[in-house]
Design a protein around this ligand. Sequence first.
Ligand code: SAM
Length: 295
Amino acid sequence: MSDSTAPTDDVWTVQRILQWTADFLRQKEVESPRLEAELLLAHARKCQRIRLYTDFETPLADDERARMREFVKRRAGREPLAYITGHKEFYGRDFAVGSGVLVPRPETETLIDVSLEHISKDHAVNVCEVGFGSGCIAVTLAKQCSSVSVLATDVARQAMKFATENVASHEVGHQVTLYEGDGFSPLPRETAGRFDGIVSNPPYIREDEMATLSPEVAVHEPREALVSGADGLVLARRLIAEACDWLTEDGWMVLEVDPAQCETVAELFSAAGFAKTAIHQDLSGNDRVVSAERS
Ligand SMILES: C[S@@+](CC[C@H](N)C(=O)[O-])C[C@H]1O[C@@H](n2cnc3c(N)ncnc32)[C@H](O)[C@@H]1O
């Protein structure tokens, strides 16, 4: 469909453009090229994906074709699909995302499940999140449990923009407060020792791992959301060491990390004085989340 490679003399029907885009994305080594071609075209036509099948022979309008050309160009440059569509589903809800914020991952749903096991629906529960990104964790905990209040921090300006939008669209502004800044430091001093729980999906990729990642992640997602020092545990280690200052005496903490880091993180929790630690698997069966309780 680019001016140089795509035929321009005959009619671009839905069927034809899907076929051309899928072939083009396959050449660019995009995973699931046919599915992505359909999602991009549905986005360009502002319709549901299913509609493409009933409109197979329909020619694209000029504006649809212009949008599709732009989207295909971006996806061929390996920009994440979610940045192009502007949305990603997480825990059954839609979240606004875009350049500068991590795309929510399915494995982070395990962090939600484990956190919810610690949260009582019967009384008010104060939770802190470090690294809110799109806000998917803080918003989901608030939506799943009306007894929860979340105070969440992030260093990234773009994270604040998207998370603010998601908190508003999911109508949890009365439960979620966002702070810009490093670690626990932006939290009001009087909240020290008051949190029932701390949750975080911190950056946990090792510096030397960056070269092995797909361009969608390595080139397009924000580095501060991905990398955390030589062993990937710089922020996690700091959060565990500081956690007890912010938790109640029987508080808990839930962290998402890489499968290869779970044992080390469990040991860090024990060394920081947490009594009970447990490692939990994600939906693919990989160790992914470590939980710990103070008593
Ligand atoms: C892996 S992303 C997680 C985003 C989101 N919570 C999610 O699960 O999709 C890590 C987030 O931590 C933020 N971050 C990195 N270093 C931080 C720090 N020192 N203090 C607070 N947030 C930090 C990044 O900006 C990024 O948004």
